[in-house]
Design a protein around this ligand. Structure first.
Ligand code: FUL
Length: 483
């Protein structure tokens, strides 16, 4: 077991609905009793809630990836680990420029590739010579991690790092105990010398072929190190708090359960448990009733959509003309944040050590578009939160002069994720008209539909795992964008 939050929360909490019974919740994990019926399992699943760290992470919505390193200077995506470290030579490095650009783009956290698969370290580590410490750039006194951390502090955004477990430079890679020791030393340096860390990103990539060096990672010690040194950090992908959505194209699922039976990456019996259920990170269904019925455990393990603003993860000048369009980024936003996920958008700094002007401009437009779309709301009720049993409808008043084409709806996930199906109707010209509907809601669901106006809106919870707790619903107008 490697989880830090795997304690069953026994405290009972008053539900939001007047007169409703008290409920108890399971923080991040629940084990089903051996004799649990499907109904019992579904009931337990409906009361699994995020840890405080997971909740804070989900509320950020927009986070940024910064792929920067030797690859930026060699033009490759996966460095061999044998490139001359002196190639790393950003002529105008300015992490404050990165963070100002991210802030203007609405991003709440920056995650830097402190070390990618090539093994080159962007901080002056004591664990290897393959780092900024042994190069001509800044006479070996540069530290990109420090510079970014300070910039995040100055502009008040959160900070995280990506430390690639796969390391093509480390000689001991494949000598499992020796490499695990080195990896934990690297983590320890990063977790103890740079102040608060909010996300540690540990990917699962490994390109070593059948005859390559096979490394058995000691996930238990790796995770324990992170949880001990930075208890507020979430661990992503091979961690236990944040799940890879399953693709790198910016595509969240239509039906996205944060309460899932997929065992997290670092979990000791992950492979066995997931194989028994016939699921993996890329599966379409990770949380249906049918799957829950077959499972013996359930997790709060929400999805993160990682995608690059450019074709590559690293900056390549020849891709300057291929930066994603505003329409495409907005689409990704609807498919990620709007599908109960956090967006982790990669915006890679260039060889100068700056975020390129095209990218800065694009994320600024992106932020302006989202601010404009969501700053007006056709719903006029001041209070738009309510509880509903399956089959119940709730009406909200709307400004009949306002045109809208987008619904935003959220569940109060501190009480679990419950809605399985909902439908939305608008009242206009003396009749109700169906306008949209969906399956899961979770932290946030955005739905687009043809423009309309309404005097009232009616939302029906068609199917739910117990009482649905709707936190908010609002109606917006999103200007159409040319593709
Ligand atoms: C993957 C890596 O192999 C890619 O290079 C990139 O860093 C992506 C975000 O994660 O595992």
């Amino acid at each position: 077991m490697t989880f830090k939050h795997l304690t069953i929360l026994l405290a009972t909490i008053m539900t939001a609905c007047a007169g409703a019974p008290r409920e108890s919740y399971y923080q991040q994990y629940a084990k089903f009793p051996a004799d649990a019926t499907t109904d019992k399992k579904i009931d337990i699943a409906s009361r699994v809630v995020p840890s405080p760290q997971q909740l804070a992470w989900q509320q950020m919505e927009l986070t940024a990836f910064l792929h920067f390193g030797i690859n930026t200077f060699t033009g490759s995506e996966w460095g061999s680990g044998s490139d001359d470290p002196n190639l790393f030579n950003p002529t105008e490095l300015d992490c404050e420029q990165w963070v100002r650009a991210l802030k203007d783009g609405g991003f709440k956290m920056a995650i830097l590739t402190a070390k990618h698969h090539d093994g080159f370290c962007l901080w002056p580590t004591a664990t290897t010579d393959y780092s900024v410490k042994n190069i001509t750039w800044r006479d070996g006194r540069g530290d990109v991690v420090r510079e970014l951390r300070d910039a995040c502090e100055k502009y008040d955004i959160k900070f995280g790092f990506y430390l690639s477990p796969w390391d093509r430079n480390a000689e001991c890679y494949g000598d499992s105990p020796a490499y695990n020791k080195l990896f934990i030393e690297q983590l320890t340096e990063l977790l103890t010398s740079y102040g608060a860390v909010d996300e540690v990103w540990l990917d699962g990539a490994c390109g070593e072929g059948p005859n390559g060096r096979k490394q058995e990672y000691d996930w238990e010690s790796i995770l324990r190190t992170i949880h001990t040194l930075q208890p507020n950090a979430v661990t992503a992908i091979m961690g236990c708090d944040v799940r890879w959505v399953g693709n790198e194209g910016g595509l969240g699922r239509e039906t996205e359960w944060s309460t899932t039976v997929l065992a997290p990456g670092s979990y000791t019996h992950k492979q066995e448990a997931n194989k028994a259920l016939g699921i993996e990170e890329t599966s379409t269904d990770l949380g249906s009733r049918e799957l829950v019925a077959q499972a013996s455990e359930i997790y709060w393990y929400p999805s993160e959509v990682d995608v690059s603003i450019r074709p590559g993860w690293f900056y390549h000048a020849e891709q300057d003309g291929e930066v994603r369009t505003l329409a495409n980024l907005v689409d990704i936003y609807y498919r990620s944040v709007g599908c109960n996920s956090v967006l982790l958008l990669n915006i890679p700094p260039d060889r100068r050590g700056l975020i390129h002007e095209i990218d800065t401009e694009r994320i600024k437009e992106f932020s302006a578009y989202l601010t404009k779309t969501f700053s007006t709301n056709a719903i006029t009720d001041k209070e738009a939160s309510w509880c509903a049993e399956a089959g119940e409808s709730h009406e909200l008043k709307a400004d009949s002069n306002m045109t809208f084409n987008t619904l935003l709806i959220q569940e109060d996930i501190t009480r679990g994720q419950r809605v399985e199906k909902f439908s939305v109707e608008a009242y206009s010209n003396g009749a109700w008209h169906y306008i949209t509907g969906g399956t899961t809601i979770g932290y946030k669901r955005l739905l687009r539909f043809p423009e309309c106006k309404a005097e009232r809106l009616r939302i029906t919870i068609d199917s739910s795992r117990g009482t649905a707790n709707i936190k908010t619903a609002s109606l917006h107008y999103a200007e159409p964008l040319a593709i």
